[in-house]
Design a protein around this ligand. Structure first.
Ligand SMILES: NC(=O)c1ccc[n+]([C@@H]2O[C@H](COP(=O)([O-])OP(=O)(O)OC[C@H]3O[C@@H](n4cnc5c(N)ncnc54)[C@H](O)[C@@H]3O)[C@@H](O)[C@H]2O)c1
Length: 342
């Protein structure tokens, strides 16, 4: 990838920096058509850069207009890629029943690394969707028993579908996928979208069935202001179990989380900030490391088949900015998007 002034000169061949910027709408982002593999590799690069101190990313600050909602400001400086910008990530869990669209909505600004001028403004729903699923996949590769045959997915919306698609493609040996959602239609839609990727049997499950039968449990449903655990500690078969959460501690009792042999999160600083928001009223468990440290092989992933491992990834701006740069570069190369005056 081009760097520094060489990168800026290349951008200048396509847009007049500080006079115009590239606007990428939802369809433009889909038309750019980067593969899951490319996105996963870039997401890993962002996580490793952050956890090895090769990126600058303050913990996301946020506002909370309505109960259980959040709007997070997520800036990042990917020093290794001459990429800087900010995502504005919003989550309003009642959007679907109230307005008929997704709870997670995101937009993103990329800035010229040399002058700070805005070079792109883009819809970031798809970027958030794929990079979050990539984080779940990378976590699974590092922390789960790789011979697992059953998985659970709590939440069957945008994330649920993307995570099941990416995990089931990567693990063709999976035989049973337990899915849970408050809406039957969401579970049906997940099965319809994901059955093509796997021979596994989909089972619409209640909390107990999912917890008792899944060797790896993923979750992306909702994040209430305080955890609302539905999974009883005694239901979890902890020996060899891996829990990979994209929605904090929402579904688990404090005693379960604190029983983990290893507890990793994507950003310790962000988790400590979230404590002040009240998301972890009983406190965080002892944190063994960051997911990016394990991906960089400076901290261990799974070390034996017995460990119970809990991974809590709340999402990081480095992932968004590194993936956004790739979409921006590809858009310029392919002539996708609209140049707008500043
Ligand atoms: N960690 C990250 O980086 C990251 C990134 C994006 C989204 N998220 C989080 O993931 C979650 C899901 O996001 P999404 O974009 O897939 O949303 P979505 O609305 O598309 O899907 C959420 C699904 O969960 C279901 N659900 C909600 N509350 C439930 C409950 N109490 N019991 C059972 N099912 C329930 C909904 O019916 C819906 O089908 C949100 O909490 C969001 O904040 C995290």
């Amino acid at each position: 990838m081009l760097q520094d002034m060489e990168y800026r000169n290349w951008i200048s061949e396509h847009i007049k920096i500080n006079t115009e910027f590239l606007y990428l709408n939802r369809q433009d982002i889909l038309d750019i058509n980067l593969s899951d593999e490319e996105i996963t590799a870039m997401t890993k690069e962002g996580m490793v850069a952050y956890s090895t101190k090769n990126a600058e990313m303050p913990a996301k600050i946020g506002i909370h207009p309505l109960k259980d909602t959040l709007m997070h400001a997520m800036p990042a400086n990917m020093t290794t890629l001459s990429a800087a910008g900010i995502k504005w990530g919003c989550c309003f869990p009642d959007n679907m029943p109230r307005f008929g669209y997704n709870q997670t909505t995101c937009t993103l600004i990329l800035n010229d690394y040399q002058s700070g001028a805005c070079i792109a403004f883009m819809d970031a729903d798809y970027i958030t969707r794929v990079r979050t699923a990539a984080v779940a996949l990378l976590s699974c590769q590092k922390f789960a028993r790789q011979d697992f045959k059953s998985m659970g997915m709590i939440g069957c919306g945008i994330q649920g579908k993307q995570q099941v698609a990416m995990i089931s493609r990567a693990y063709p040996q999976i035989e049973k996928i337990y899915i849970l959602d408050r809406f039957e239609a969401a579970m049906d839609a997940l099965i319809e979208e994901c059955q093509q990727f796997t021979k596994a049997e989909f089972i619409k499950a209640d909390w107990e069935t999912l917890a008792k039968n899944s060797e790896v449990i993923f979750s992306a449903a909702y994040i209430p202001a305080e955890p609302n655990p539905q999974i009883k500690d005694e239901w979890l078969n902890k020996k060899g179990l891996t829990i990979i959460s994209s929605d904090c501690h929402t579904h688990y009792e404090d005693v379960s989380i604190k029983a983990a042999d290893k507890y990793y999160c994507d950003s310790i600083e962000e988790h400590e900030l979230f404590v002040t928001y009240g998301l972890y009223p009983q406190g965080l468990p002892e944190i063994d490391g960051e997911t990016g440290e394990a991906l960089a092989d400076v901290k261990p992933g799974r070390e034996n088949d017995e460990e119970f491992i809990f991974i809590n990834n709340v999402g990081m701006a480095v992932e968004d900015i590194v993936v956004a740069r790739a979409f921006f570069d590809a858009a310029l190369e392919k002539g996708i998007g609209t140049k707008l005056p500043l």
